[in-house]
Design a protein around this ligand. Structure first.
Ligand code: G
Ligand code: G
Ligand code: MN
Ligand code: NA
Length: 250
C-alpha cells in the first residue's frame, strides 16, 4: 500500500495541518465555534482528501498518532485565539475502541490549557453498532473530564434514534443529506423535526450540517435546529483566516 507508507512518512515529517470551519448560532448569526478538520499536503500528490486518507490511517493504526496530532494542534490553536469559541474535533472509532483517545484528549488539554468544557468530541454512529464495553467506558471517561460529545453525521448510516438516550451526547449533528432538500422536501423536514423533538427531551443541542443556501438555513432554523455549519458561513479555512472572519463579524 503506497499511500500507507507515505502516510507514515507524512506523520513523521509534519505534512499534516488542521483547518477550521465555523459553526453559527442560527438565531443570532454569530460564530459560536469551529470544527477542526485534518488536511494532508502530500509532497508529490499535493492535497489528499481526508475521505481518502482517514480510512487508510484507520486500517493501519496510524489514525492514533494522527488523531492525537489533530487534537493537540486544534486545542493549542483555539486556546491561542483567546475567544469564547467552542472547538469540535473528529475522533475515529478506532481511537475509542482501543482507548487511546483518553490519553490523546488529556494530553491535548494539558498541553494547551484549553478548558475541557470548551471541547466537543465528534463521534460517528458506527461506533455504537457494537456494544463494546471499551466504548462505553471511554465515553463516560471523556464526559467525566468535562468534554462535550457530539453524534456526527446523524442519519447517514445505520442510524437509530435509540442511540440518543443510551449515550451521554450533548450535541447531534444532522447529516447534510437531510439538510440538502429540507426547504423543499417534506420527508427531510419531518426527519429534522423529529430529531429536534427527541433532542429537546434530552437537553441536546442540534447542529444542521452542510448548509449552503439561505433557504436551507431558514428551514432548519424554523424546524428548531440550534446551530448551522456549511459553506454558507465558510469553508474549512486556516486558523488565521478564521480569526480574520471572526474579527470582521464582531
Ligand atoms: O474535511 P472534509 O469535510 O473533507 O472531511 C472528510 C471526512 O474526514 C469527514 O468525514 C471528516 O469527519 C473526516 N475527518 C476530517 N478530519 C478528521 C480528523 O481529524 N479525524 C477523523 N477521525 N476524521 C476526520
Ligand atoms: O463528516 P464530517 O461532518 O466530520 O465532515 C465534514 C465534511 O463536510 C468536510 O469534508 C467538509 O469539507 C464538508 N462540508 C462542510 N460544509 C459543507 C457544505 O456546506 N457542503 C458540502 N457539500 N460539504 C460540506
Ligand atoms: Mn465532523
Ligand atoms: Na459530520
Amino acid at each position: 500500500r503506497l499511500l500507507e507508507i507515505d502516510l507514515e512518512e507524512g506523520v513523521r515529517q509534519g505534512q499534516f495541518h488542521v483547518v477550521y470551519q465555523p459553526q453559527v448560532h442560527l438565531q443570532s448569526g454569530q460564530i459560536i465555534g469551529v470544527e477542526a478538520l485534518l488536511r494532508w499536503q502530500h509532497p508529490e500528490l499535493g492535497p489528499v482528501s481526508p475521505a481518502e486518507f482517514i480510512p487508510i490511517a484507520e486500517e493501519s493504526g496510524l489514525i492514533e498518532p494522527l488523531g492525537a496530532f489533530a487534537l493537540s494542534e486544534a486545542c493549542r490553536t483555539v486556546r491561542g485565539w483567546n475567544l469564547p469559541l467552542r472547538l469540535a474535533v473528529n475522533v475515529s472509532p478506532i481511537q475509542v475502541e482501543r482507548g487511546s483517545v483518553i490519553e490523546a484528549v488529556e494530553a491535548a488539554l494539558r498541553g494547551s490549557g484549553l478548558p475541557p468544557a470548551q471541547l466537543d468530541l465528534e463521534l460517528v454512529e458506527s461506533l455504537f453498532l457494537g456494544q463494546a464495553d471499551q466504548v462505553a467506558a471511554s465515553i463516560s471517561h471523556l464526559r467525566g473530564l468535562g468534554c462535550g460529545l457530539a453524534l456526527d453525521d446523524f442519519g447517514s448510516g445505520y442510524s437509530s434514534l435509540g442511540y440518543i438516550p443510551r449515550f451521554p451526547f450533548s450535541k447531534i449533528k444532522i447529516d447534510r443529506s437531510f439538510v440538502e432538500h429540507v426547504h423543499e422536501d417534506r420527508g427531510s423536514a419531518a426527519i429534522v423535526r423529529s430529531v429536534v423533538e427527541l433532542a429537546r427531551g434530552f437537553d441536546i443541542t442540534v447542529i444542521a450540517e452542510g448548509i449552503e443556501t439561505r433557504a436551507q438555513e431558514e428551514a432548519v432554523r424554523r424546524l428548531g435546529c440550534d446551530i448551522g455549519q456549511g459553506y454558507l458561513y465558510g469553508r474549512p479555512m486556516s486558523g488565521k483566516e478564521l480569526l480574520a472572519l471572526q474579527h470582521a463579524a464582531a
